[in-house]
Write a protein that binds this ligand. Sequence first.
Ligand SMILES: C[S@@+](CC[C@H](N)C(=O)[O-])C[C@H]1O[C@@H](n2cnc3c(N)ncnc32)[C@H](O)[C@@H]1O
Length: 218
Amino acid sequence: MRTRAAKSRWLALILIFFCVAMAVVAVRTPAASMALDARVGKFLDDNRSDWHDWNVPYEDGKVLHDLIVRNRHTRALEIGTSSGHSAIWIAWALSKTGGTLITIEIEERLRQKALQNFKAAGLEAYIDARRADAHQLVKELEGPFDFVFLDADKEWYLQYFKDLDPKLARGGCFTAHNAANAFPGVKEFLDHVRSRPDYRTFIDRSSSSGISISCKNE
Ligand SMILES: C[S@@+](CC[C@H](N)C(=O)[O-])C[C@H]1O[C@@H](n2cnc3c(N)ncnc32)[C@H](O)[C@@H]1O
């Protein structure tokens, strides 16, 4: 009898603990996400004119952020981290959709700089920053991804697309920076994605660089 009463007391205690924990999470989550929003927004505003490592302009970061939030993407890949400006915009969006980002940079010095920026923005938990040659790593990554941002060697854009196309989920979007610039490799890449009947492609021209956005049919 006593054992059964003791068991019930324990069960009641566990139940109370669980309810309190859930309540704490429920109350803390909006406050925590508001605090993160304020921190990232301030970081991006404070550093708006301080990106000098071939980083995307502020407007293009916002385009990537808004696209991810609108489409509720959660499994993102970036090629070309540099010091992390675009990754911060992407990871900020993913903090709202419940996703994470893998970003690849070939230069360790830049990866280290990016890691510092991710910490300063408060987004390090959302970013897996790899130092690697993306030519190789992209072939090895399993996927699936539902968002890709290309911003590294343009001559390889088409090959990156061919390697990642099978790993991009239906409804996923493949984006590429400098789509409005005449860098070698960009035209071949754009001609190819535009010829694909299973993708819808358009160019966002919020900045003069342009971002191509190719979304795979559902
Ligand atoms: C235009 S910058 C990226 C800027 C970054 N997206 C941003 O907005 O902060 C291009 C980066 O790609 C890196 N890169 C070039 N070729 C690469 C490769 N094969 N694998 C990985 N990274 C590469 C360069 O070192 C450079 O830092």
